[in-house]
Design a protein around this ligand. Structure first.
Ligand code: DER
Length: 227
């Protein structure tokens, strides 16, 4: 499909940014998977830090050397997908339930590059439901506090527990995910702060001031977006 071709083109373009000797952060999701495959195909001497068990399994299967976050020197380059790319390369991530490990790897990286198909680029964040990672213990109580925090940001929606096959989706870290269909996020920084202030909230999918470059696959090829 066109979308898949755009994801693949952006992932392959990002793989050209890697060099032997680098420590490379590997993102999670279908676009990031194209990057991992293209990186492995280059047969560089790199050490990879993974943002999910799923990515680690893919990378190991392709023969990439893997190290745990914190066990290497600083990460030179992290490449990862996104659910939305907004103004200033502000992002919504977490569609793949990997946002916590992704954000930890991103914050430990010298350079972060987002890869995506053209549909991910939006004029304002919020159409994609914002993933919020919550400790499983008492999460229904935390959900009530999330409603209050969202209301304080003039977002009158109730976050919904993400389910799969009749059970709550659990992250690699054993937490649950709530998705808030905000619609429009006028002040992402204010919302990010409000969410983090709720006890039981581990983190959320707003990635602000973290992306250094976006490589977006379009019908006319891969375009570069700077913050
Ligand atoms: O979960 C994530 O953050 C992923 O990067 C996701 O946002 C993008 O997934 P996709 O590349 O499969 O669209």
């Amino acid at each position: 499909s066109d979308v898949d071709a755009q994801k693949r083109a952006s992932g392959e373009a990002a793989a050209e940014l890697a060099e032997s000797g680098m420590v490379v952060g590997l993102g999670t999701g279908s676009t990031a998977a194209w990057f991992v495959k293209a990186l492995a195909a280059r047969k560089l001497d790199v050490t990879c830090v993974c943002t999910s068990v799923a990515t680690a399994d893919l990378a190991a299967g392709l023969g990439l050397r893997i190290a745990e976050l914190g066990e290497t020197r600083e990460i030179d380059l992290t490449v990862d997908g996104a659910d939305e790319i907004g103004p200033g390369l502000s992002l919504i991530k977490g569609g793949g339930a990997a946002l916590l490990r992704e954000k930890l790897v991103w914050e430990a990286s010298k350079r972060c590059v987002v890869i995506a198909d053209a549909a991910k680029q939006v004029p304002l964040l919020g159409k994609f439901p914002l993933p919020i990672e919550v400790v499983a213990f008492g999460h229904k109580t935390t959900q009530l506090r999330l409603c209050d925090a969202l209301a304080e940001c003039d977002i009158g929606v109730a976050p919904r527990l993400r389910m799969k096959d009749g059970a709550p989706v659990l992250t690699d870290g054993g937490n649950v995910i709530y998705d808030a269909a905000c619609g429009r996020i006028e002040d992402p920084a204010a919302l990010a702060a409000a969410l983090k202030s709720v006890t039981g909230v581990v983190d959320h999918g707003l990635f602000l001031d973290l992306a250094d470059l976006a490589l977006v696959g379009t019908v006319d090829g891969v375009i570069r977006l700077e913050p």
